[in-house]
Design a protein around this ligand. Structure first.
Ligand SMILES: [Ca+2]
Ligand SMILES: [Ca+2]
Length: 581
């Protein structure tokens, strides 16, 4: 993982290579260009249902059931070329088919599609596995076969003797001070722990629970704490919150940016690593992301306080203390020390972090002092949140405070709907019915898709308009197979899925199948790893720039901030299923 490179090398809007000749276009659009593409996990009965059909076939489609009987026929949409992949496709809309079962799509002149199902719990197993992926990435715990099956492994990285790096030294904790900072999730394909990326990831899981408690109360994941009276999603989230709480210096409220080795480990199992671990530099971004997340946790998890009496109050006090540190130290940006080579999560624009933290503290405390910083002028820089642009997370929280903070909620709601309308317009105009633009094919593009879906789902929750939900469904369809490569991008799920993610345990564990439930980064025409990936990308086109090889940290790594929105979206689409009108 060279997360160091992520923000710096985020590519500018890719200029598409014009297809000079039809032949070249066809070869660039290699992959599964002759195949009908659809969501390989299937659809909920009431969902919007689309398949992408190569334009070379006939203009009509038929849906056949398991016995080969035609149950629905229809006309395909007009042919259009998606410039992100160079393919001409027509869309098959079979939303009116709602009967549970197994089906295929047939179009004259093309091979039949892969089978797909319609089922009322189409995404239950996916959602549980996407949560358990976090369990697989837990630091400091042995995972036995009951929890982890073939991927069982011993405990590693207890992190009970972590050194204070010289960049983080203070009067009370000089360089070399030993502190304890156990638990938490490994961030991605590596074994380090970063507060900035933990912030959005943990918040997204907390918010999934806050928005859809009925679904997640019943979703059985099988985590080590299962059966303790706390829902499994909450149990999993607590593992990281407990770690985050240890990253605050109790002397001043400041928060260490990360806990890492000095350099990345080789492709080995976690228990093989014995490098010393350090907490590195306190930063303003870490303090603010910590403040936001702990404030959200204090509010969302208050109902589970009997498990650890006083926890919510402690976390809220920790959040306010981190906020005060950030106000007193408003521009301490992360600067990688010379001897540290792990991921940076550096972010020089932290107006959005101030806004998010203030919004969460406003929601958690109702104190007027947080209102102005929460609503400080400043637009989101993109259409969806990511670890470096977190302003929208505050909107989502405030939008839910319509009873306690009606004016703040109303403003946040307007911002969310305006943002979602940009996505909705793109969805309607897209040949693939996808709200992603070509510039969204960046490092972690699959998470861009999932975070766009989160914004569309918010607009649906606020307006009850069906088209927002349909546009969100399209994004999940894309990540689960309705894409030009004909692959589900979640390990272990779908007829075709990644086999070789850039994930150290998956590489080193001796198990043929990768650790399941992980959303890989996805197509990224930046191809920052191309020089080290001998297998080579087949195309430079945005939606085709993916390599199922463990060398490909730029398109095939996994990360907690990419899986968290998958957990949210899969759960939301299950929980929001409603009869079509
Ligand atoms: Ca930022
Ligand atoms: Ca393996």
């Amino acid at each position: 993982m060279t997360r160091t490179a992520r923000p710096a090398l985020r590519p500018p809007t890719p200029r598409l290579l014009a297809c000079a000749a039809a032949l070249l276009c066809a070869s660039q659009a290699a992959g599964a260009a002759d195949a009908i593409q659809l969501n390989q996990l299937g659809y909920l009965p009431e969902a919007h249902k689309l398949a992408a059909v190569p334009a070379a076939g006939a203009a009509r489609f038929a849906i056949k059931d398991g016995a080969g009987k035609t149950v629905l026929e229809g006309r395909l949409g007009a042919a259009a070329t998606w410039d992100a992949s160079g393919e001409a496709v027509r869309l098959a809309d079979f939303s009116t088919l709602t009967a549970p079962g197994s089906y295929r799509i047939a179009v004259d002149g093309l091979p039949e599609s892969k089978p797909f199902t319609i089922a009322p719990d189409a995404y239950r197993a996916l959602d549980a596995a996407a949560i358990r992926a976090f369990t697989f990435n837990r630091a400091g715990i042995a995972l036995d076969r009951r929890i982890a099956g073939a991927w069982a492994r011993p405990a590693a990285h207890p992190d009970d003797k972590v050194l204070v790096h010289k960049s983080a030294a203070s009067a009370e904790r000089p360089a070399g001070t030993v502190i304890s900072s156990p638990k938490g999730w490994y961030d991605a394909g590596d074994y380090n722990k970063y507060i900035v990326n933990s912030g959005i990831s943990t918040w997204t899981l907390l918010t999934a629970y806050a928005h859809f408690p009925d679904w997640f109360d019943k979703l059985a994941v099988t985590v080590p704490e299962s059966g303790n009276g706390v829902p499994d999603l909450v149990n999993e989230t607590l593992w990281n919150l407990d770690w985050m709480a240890t990253m605050q210096d109790p002397a001043d409220g400041g928060v260490y940016h990360k806990l890492t080795n000095l350099r990345f480990d080789g492709m080995v199992m976690p228990e093989a690593v014995t490098e010393p671990r350090y907490v590195v530099q306190k930063t303003t971004a870490a303090a603010l992301d910590f403040a936001a997340t702990m404030a959200a946790a204090s509010r969302v998890l208050a109902r589970f306080d009997q498990q650890s009496p006083g926890r919510s109050a402690r976390w809220l006090a920790a959040a306010e203390s981190a906020w005060r540190w950030a106000r007193e130290n408003p521009a301490v940006l992360y600067r990688q020390p010379e001897d540290v080579l792990t991921g940076t999560y550096g972010d020089d624009k932290i107006d959005d972090e101030f806004s998010w933290a203030a919004a969460e503290l406003l929601a958690a405390t109702g104190k007027a002092e947080y209102r102005a910083p929460a609503r400080a002028a400043g637009q989101a820089r993109k259409t969806e949140p990511d670890w470096g642009d977190v302003r929208m997370l505050g909107w989502i929280t405030l939008a839910g405070q319509d009873k306690r903070l009606p004016q703040d909620a109303a403003a946040a709601r307007r911002d969310i709907v305006a943002n979602a309308d940009v996505l909705l317009a793109r969805w309607k105009a897209s040949p693939y019915r996808l709200s992603m633009s070509n510039k969204d094919f960046v490092w972690g593009s699959n998470a861009v898709a999932m975070n766009q879906a989160i914004m569309l789902i918010q607009a649906h929750r606020l307006t009850a308009r069906r088209d927002y939900l349909d546009a969100a469904q399209s994004l999940l369809d894309y990540t689960l197979g309705r894409n030009p490569l004909g692959t589900s991008y979640v390990t272990g799920f779908g007829a075709a899925s990644p086999r070789h993610p850039h994930h150290r345990p998956s590489v080193a564990d001796g198990v043929a199948a990768p650790v399941p439930g992980w959303l890989v980064g996805g197509p990224n025409p930046g191809q920052q790893d191309a020089s080290g990936c001998k297998a080579g990308y087949r195309s430079k086109l945005p939606a085709l720039s993916w390599l199922d090889d463990d060398c490909s940290y730029a398109s095939n790594e996994v990360a907690i901030n990419w899986n968290a929105p998958l957990v949210y979206v899969a759960g939301a689409l299950q929980a929001l299923q409603a009869p079509r009108r």
